[in-house]
Each structure stands twice: as C-alpha cells, then as structure tokens.
Design a protein around this ligand. Structure first.
Ligand code: CS2
Length: 486
C-alpha cells in the first residue's frame, strides 16, 4: 500500500510541471510575470483547446495577456484547475501525437459565487479584451438573431443590471463601470459558431444597454469593437481514457486535460488595428491568427461545410446506429452523402474568401473527420440542435431555394434530427437542448405520418422561419426525407 502511494504520479501544478516527461511542451515563460489582459466567459473544452492555446504562445512574447476565465454557472472547471494553478494538458491527437502544458489561464472565477471579483477584472485598466465561448444558446438571441428580451436570464438582468447572470449582462455591467471610470472599452470577441457572431453580439449588447442606460448604449455603439470571428478545431469531450493517456505521457495527473486534432484555425475581423498599434490589443497575428476584412467568407464556409456536415453525420449516423464521427464517415453511404452535400449543395452557396479553394477545403474537412485518433461522439454534436441547425443548414437551404436549386439532400439532416428527437423522447432519454420541453411536446404530437409530423416540427418558430415553413418545395423535400429515414 505504501509503495502504491509513493509511486502515484504527482498532480500537475505550478511546482510539479517541470517534472513532466521530456518531450512534453511546457510554458515558455515565467508565469509569475504574467498579468491578466483578457477575461474569458465559458472556459469549456473548446476555449482551453483553442484560444487559451493561442494566448499560451503569445505569453512567450508578451506577458500582458494572461486569461481570467469566468464560469457563468458551474464550479466544475474551477474545482479541477485550482489545485493545478490553472495548468492543464492539451493533447493533440493526430498522425503525430503531442502533449503540451498550457499556462495561459491564471484563474477561474465562478461568477454566481463572487460577482464582484468578475466586475473587478472587467473594470481593470489592463483588461483589454473579453472573449466568449458560451455556445449558441449563451447569446440569448431570438430565432431571428435579436436579443431575446423574454429569455429568463435577460428578463432577470434587465430588472437587476448590477447583478447580472447572463454573459451579455456581465459585458454591459463591465462596460458601464469602465465608462464611469473614464476607461476605454474592452474589445468583445465572440468565439462561437454563429454566423456574424460579433455583429449579433454587438447588436444584442447595445439593445440591452439601451434598455438600461441610453448614454452607455451610445458609447458602446461607437467606441467598443466586436470583431466577427471564425474558430475551428475539433475538440471531443474529455473522458477517462484521455486522463489515463495524459498521465502516461506526461508523468503527471491532470483532473481535466483537453484533447483535440492538430488542426486549429482562428480568423478574426481586423478591427482591432488602432488599438493593436498602440499596444492595446494582443498581437494575435504573431501566433498564427488570421486577421482579415473578409471574415464572413471564412465563417460561412466553415459553418456550412464543417458544422453543417458534422450535424448531418451526427443525426443520420445516430439513426444508423453509429457512435462516433470516425465510424459514421467510414460508412460508404454516409461518406457519399457528406461529400455530395458539400460539393453539390453547400459550395454553390458560398463565396470563397481570398486564398481559399473551397473544393480543397471541403476535402480537407472530410480528411479531418477520418482522423482515427479522434473519438468524437455523435451524441455530443447532436446537442442543441434547435440552436445549431439554423446557422448550419437552414441558411444554405434558404440560399438554395432562392437560387431555384433542389433541397432534397439538405432536407436529410433536418429530417434525421426530427427522428432523433422523436426517438429520444420515446425512449425517455433527456434531450440536451434549450428547447427540450417543446421538442418533447412536438414528439408527443407525432404519429409517424410524414406530412403530419413534419408539420408539427415546422411549428417550432425559433428554428424554422415562417418563410421556410411555408415554402412548398422545402416542405415536400422534408416530408420525403422523413419518410425515407423512418
Ligand atoms: C461540432 C463543433 O459539437 C459540434 O456541434 O460541430 O463543435 C465542431 O467540432 C467545431 O466547431 C470544430 O471547429
């Protein structure tokens, strides 16, 4: 027993990390000299795989950009990372596997436990950037992309703007404090898979501020930067297999390591220019971030080709009994559907940004789905369908209809999602989706008849606009796909 205790690997932390097995990349800077320059909402797996990785590289050149991470709800990440002094391991699983200890997260605050600590970070002169990965639903938007003033969190925050619970409520309260203190606003960088993410967030933030303080709203409108972004790196949820693999590879235990593919991309709208020149914004370009005035081209291509096809593989794959993306894309029928969707249905709706060959980009995405090292559960991608499908598939559908092209294949993921919802509801399995209640009701009203069932789903207005729900070509395609998959 004593031997076991003695031989147990050390927990990763600020003291132990230099003892990692050689070959593991370690922070290339003195963490004691790093200061907070960024407040990040939503320190889930994606943030830790992606933005925190870029800032980890940046800190080796400029120590002003440490991250204060804020969990808006659960203490889980804080509880895992505090004993590790914010350190965690990033495993890149690909043809070559690498491990890296990331040091850019200096602290994790749990907002509901200590709102003043969050306000203090937001209002600090050195905080120049606020980033967000709060998933689609964290933006509290209506189906048509405006601030959802009926959302319970927004109702709460508009009534008590100094005691917010939503990301938008915190952003506005932080900006109010800066305005009052005569400080410049921070740049707000949305890093979720929403079309025109920064613009939508800006509009929602200004609308919120307008209801609270019109002078503040006007200041935000003119002074604050909300660049649009495209973010990309496939990041499956952490599991025990990863914990064991990380422990074996690094010689240290890590309660919450992160895994992703080697590929990573971050495209940010180049609106931080002035501030950057004055030393007020991080030099993201120096660590491989693309700064461009054509973010929309990248973002549409990624949302529609990668995320749209991901969701297709997830819903159709689950119906066929597959568990992971790798298994599903190894099925010849599904691989054909995925490729045809990309080439014949999605690419014709896109305008390639300068320097991007869409056909090659689509092939590269399919190659990434075929990465055998990545065990990405279809169930994870299937979460929050009501929030994801409008951005991932329905924009393509609307464009195809407007151009007079068929939408039969594009109807497949939507019909598969309907079956997925029905099956889960029938099995009594919880549906992870902010509309779960309405989805279960919709499923209960279904009979198995394609026309009637599709009609039930099309009543979900936050998902399907009236124009789409009333389009006979679209409805016919959905009914056919639904009957075929049933
Ligand atoms: C996935 C994305 O879970 C999902 O819905 O489609 O998280 C996807 O892996 C990332 O956007 C890739 O960048």
């Amino acid at each position: 027993m004593t031997t076991q205790t003695l031989s147990r690997p050390l927990r990763l932390n600020a003291v132990s990390f230099p003892a990692a097995i050689p070959g593991v990349a370690l922070p290339a800077y003195d963490r004691d000299k790093v200061t907070v320059g960024v407040v990040h909402f939503g320190p889930g797996a994606f943030h830790r795989a992606h933005q925190a990785f870029y800032f980890d590289q940046l800190l080796a050149k400029d120590p002003r950009w440490g991250i204060s991470a804020v969990s808006l709800k659960s203490p889980g990440v804080r509880d895992a990372l505090r004993p590790q002094d914010g350190l965690y391991t990033l495993a890149q699983l690909d043809a070559e596997t690498t491990f890296r200890v990331v040091g850019s997260i200096l602290e994790v605050l749990v907002a509901p436990e200590d709102p003043p600590a969050v306000f203090a970070r937001l209002a600090a002169p050195h905080t120049r950037m606020v980033t967000l990965t709060v998933t689609e639903k964290g933006y509290c938007l209506t189906g048509d992309g405006k601030l959802d003033t009926a959302h319970p969190d927004i109702v709460h925050d508009l009534a008590s703007p100094r005691e917010p619970v939503s990301a938008i409520g915190y952003i506005v309260e932080g900006l109010r404090r800066r305005h009052q203190a005569g400080l410049a606003p921070y740049a707000v960088v949305a890093c979720d898979n929403l079309a025109d993410n920064g613009w939508r967030l800006k509009a929602a933030t200004v609308a919120f501020a307008q209801a609270v303080d019109p002078v503040l709203a006007a200041w935000i409108e003119t002074e604050a930067r909300f660049p649009r972004t495209m973010v990309d790196s496939i990041t499956p949820a952490t599991d025990d297999a990863l914990r064991a693999r990380v422990e074996a590879a690094t010689g240290l235990t890590d309660a919450w390591p992160i895994q992703r593919e080697a590929f990573t991309q971050w495209v940010v709208e180049d609106v931080l220019g002035d501030a950057s020149a004055k030393g007020g914004a991080p030099d993201l370009a120096s660590v491989g971030v693309t700064l461009t005035d054509d973010v929309r081209g990248f973002e549409r291509a990624k949302l529609r080709l990668l995320n749209g096809v991901h969701s297709t593989i997830a819903y159709v794959g689950l119906l066929k009994g597959f568990e992971t993306v790798f298994e599903a894309i190894s099925d010849p029928d599904l691989a054909r559907i995925a490729e045809d969707l990309m080439v014949q249905d999605i690419i014709p709706t896109l305008t390639a940004p300068r320097g991007l060959d869409l056909a090659a980009y689509a092939q590269a995405i399919l190659g990434r789905f075929r990465n055998p090292e990545i065990r990405h559960l279809l169930a994870q991608i299937a979460w929050d369908g009501s929030q994801k499908l409008p951005f991932r598939i329905l924009g393509t559908v609307a464009d195809a209809l407007a151009a007079g092209r068929p939408v039969d294949r594009l109807a497949l993921p939507l019909a598969a999602w309907m079956h997925f919802v029905r099956r889960r509801a029938a099995e009594g399995v919880a549906i992870v989706d902010p509309l779960a209640g309405r989805l279960v009701e919709t499923a209960a009203a279904c009979t198995g008849d394609a026309h009637a069932d599709v009609g039930q789903f099309l009543k979900l207005e936050p998902v399907f606009s009236r124009a789409l729900a009333g389009n006979p070509v679209f409805v016919a395609a959905l009914e056919t796909a639904y009957a075929e998959l049933g």
